[in-house]
Design a protein. Structure first.
Ligand code: AHR
Length: 703
């Protein structure tokens, strides 16, 4: 096939390097009239999971850390006792229904099975304000003229003697102070500075006298003259003696599109701006959990937040599951993208697996239920549940990923597990394509036998040298094999977010995916989010994984250089692949790794310029992407073949910086940004100067 030959030609051109002192001008030729293969319409998407406080303390709008008090069994993490007068006597304590260490009289305080732990505030001597304070996720964001929605369950006990079976022990703990009758009355709710000296917004609720839980809601509005800060806390307080119980304490700022239980606006806007075509969720490791019992429990992430107990998560902290299955789907919808749903496939991170056969069937059935929730009409059981949850319209779905990184499963059980899932899913939903997480090319001994998967998921976390070395790896992939989904990839340089050098690695790698997007049908960078807070006296460091795409704290956010590469690659993309050939591309020597030396490799050269071309065949726009990884400017010749006319003005979109380590941060968020300029060009052959360390998109109008 001619098209394939051109790919090989292009690959050959890359490998027929001249040396770095080449006298001849590097030349890139676009064979525009041979642009026949389609760019995959789903080439660029996003991947997400709960890592680095991506949702709790990230995209999910909730501002209260540990809102149902289950983050730790031993202490109310994120919460503290607030006491204006040091001489007052008060304490806070976790009360977990059914925990043996809780005094007998205190058990059974559950609101329901999910809200089974609460916080008790005992006030025994009071002359000022006493209450419970929440530090948020490394602070509470305060902005001027902003209305927050607060709610919480509270009861001030008028205790009755609990029912006791004859065989149950008499209480041994000292009785609670007999001060219950004081609790009814006003309870103050405030957003205030962490030291309590400045109140930014406050309101009251009137606590009724009752032994039963009641939910109270109110809004809190800051004034116009408030200076934005995250050095703030949320406080619920009283000035009366008593024993008070709290559960599900929640505080939401305005959310994206004002959705209930919604998302942080700045982060959401950054995602929308990428224009992703799909969202892969819920993981990643977060799908699998450390143990089989920790897998993403999609059924308990549905419905009112009152019904969500949260779960252990995979990255060292508990997930509230406020970001549940429907929130993922609505997030996808808000971005104009499609879900790419990963279903738990019976393997978890610490190595446990469920063998194919009857023991696996409940997991297969669970995945079928999940697909029905996403796509079923309202006459189906799970489709009706989705409608009851507020979304009658089914979601579009084309791909189901079976598990995650199952090459870690040394039992080799994936072959059977994949088949069992695939058979069941394709029988019930023939329109769906199941993605295998074991690409045979990388793991030949773990190959899935029988019918070859139509799509396989490959993951690459590399440094920039590796990206440059392997940027053309897909040029030579077998076109008769499965399609490729690059479901996780990143150039890992810079922390917590990537630096310019990583962006150069990313861009080079993306030119390879783009040039081969007849084969690479989908790709998504990972991880997407990172809360950049370092450890404090009371809270641990917010992130577990270095080199992420978008960084934030409670108040502000920024895109890494890699983020801007994602954005411009996604925006400036045609629908046809333009075959490109190149000559005289300068190369550089790659320093040998220990592995290379051990394997007797003497030297390695990698190109210093990377490129890809696409064309929009209805507008005639051509998008040429070129990466210059060198510290010096490089001038190249660009030749357009097979076009009649080229408009004399080109648009350049350039990302560059002065050194590879340059990066964006919370305090310097726009150091590396794309800059758009217009440039006059002369006809179909013109010279182009590429700035040092740069990614350039040249948009040309042809006919
Ligand atoms: O992206 C971070 C992690 O890397 C993912 O959770 C996992 O799939 C991969 O190993």
């Amino acid at each position: 096939m001619k098209f394939r030959k051109l790919f090989s030609l292009s690959a050959l051109a890359i490998f027929c390097y001249t040396n770095s002192h080449a006298q001849t001008t590097p030349t890139i030729t676009l064979h525009v009239d041979q642009a026949r293969a389609n760019v995959s319409p789903t080439l660029y998407g996003l991947m997400t999971e709960e890592i680095n406080h991506s949702y709790d303390g990230g995209l999910y709008g909730e501002l209260i850390r540990n809102r149902i008090f289950k983050d730790s069994k031993t202490s109310p993490e994120g919460w503290s006792l607030v006491k204006d007068n040091a001489a007052d006597n008060a304490s806070i304590q976790l009360i977990a229904a059914n925990e043996d260490h809780i005094p007998y009289d205190e058990r059974g305080q559950a609101i329901n099975g999910a809200l089974s732990t609460c916080l008790r505030l005992t006030v025994e001597k009071v002359s000022g304000r006493v209450g419970i304070g929440n530090e948020g996720y490394w602070g509470i964001p305060v902005r001027p003229s902003t209305t927050y929605n607060a709610s919480f369950y509270i009861k001030g006990t008028a205790r009755t003697e609990p029912f006791r079976w004859p065989w149950e022990p008499k209480p041994t703990a000292p009785p609670l102070p007999n001060i219950e009758n004081n609790t009814p009355g006003p309870i103050t709710v405030s957003i205030e500075s962490s030291d309590g000296k400045t109140i930014y917004a406050s309101g009251t609720i009137n606590l009724e006298k009752s032994i039963y839980w009641k939910k109270y809601s109110l809004t809190l509005t800051t004034s116009a003259d408030v200076h934005p800060t995250k050095d703030a806390r949320f406080v619920i307080s009283t000035n009366r003696l008593g024993v008070y119980y709290f559960n599900l304490v929640s505080l939401f700022p305005p959310t994206f599109n004002n959705q209930q239980n919604g998302f942080r606006t700045d982060l959401m806007q950054m995602l929308v701006d990428i224009k992703p075509k799909f969202l892969r969720f819920p993981g990643g490791n977060f799908l699998e959990g450390p143990l089989i019992t920790d897998a993403f429990p999609w059924k308990t992430t549905l419905g009112p937040i009152e019904n969500r107990p949260g779960h252990k998560g995979s990255w060292g902290y508990r997930a509230s599951d406020g970001m549940g299955l429907l929130e993922f789907l609505e997030w996808t919808e808000d971005m104009g993208a499609e879900p790419l749903l990963a279903v738990y496939a019976g393997y978890s991170l610490q190595g446990d697996h469920v063998d194919a056969g009857p023991l696996l069937q409940p997991y297969v059935d669970d995945a079928l239920d999940e697909i029905e929730y996403v796509t079923g009409d309202t006459k189906t059981y799970w489709g009706a549940k989705r409608a009851a949850d507020g979304h009658p319209e089914p979601f579009k779905l084309h791909y189901i990923e079976i598990g995650n990184e199952d090459w870690f499963d040394r039992s080799n059980s994936y072959d059977g597990r994949f088949k069992q899932f695939r058979n069941a899913i394709e029988t019930k939903y023939p329109q769906l394509t199941c993605i295998s997480t074991i690409p045979a090319k990388q793991y030949p001994s773990m190959k899935v036998t029988g019918k070859e998967p139509e799509v396989v998921d490959e993951h690459y976390y590399r440094n920039s040298w590796d990206m440059w070395e392997h940027a053309s790896q897909y040029d030579t992939y077998d076109r008769n094999g499965p399609k490729i989904f690059v479901g996780e990839w990143a150039t890992r340089e810079g922390a917590p977010t990537t630096n310019l050098n990583a962006a150069l690695g990313d861009a080079a790698w993306m030119t390879g995916m783009e040039r081969n997007s007849d084969l690479v049908i989908m790709s998504c960078y990972a991880p997407l989010f990172v809360n950049v807070n370092k450890a404090t006296a009371t809270a641990p460091k917010a992130w577990q994984w270095d080199s992420d795409l978008i960084g934030y704290d409670a108040l502000t956010s920024y895109g890494s250089p890699s983020y801007y590469v994602q954005k411009i690659f996604s925006h400036y993309l045609g629908n046809k692949i333009v075959p490109v050939t190149a000559e005289n591309i300068p190369v550089q020597n790659r320093p040998l790794t220990k592995k290379d030396s051990a394997e007797g490799i003497k030297s390695k050269v990698v190109p210093t310029i990377f490129y890809s071309g696409t064309k929009n065949d209805s507008t005639g726009n051509i998008y040429l992407k070129i990466v210059n990884t060198k510290a010096k400017k490089q001038t190249i010749k660009i030749v357009l073949e097979g076009v009649s006319n080229v408009s004399p003005e080109a648009t350049n979109i350039v990302i560059t910086g002065s050194k590879p380590e340059d990066t964006n941060t919370i305090t310097d968020p726009e150091k590396i940004m794309p800059v758009t300029t217009k440039e006059k060009i002369k006809g179909k052959r013109f010279n182009k100067s590429l700035p040092p360390y740069s990614v350039t998109v040249i948009q040309l109008q042809t006919n």
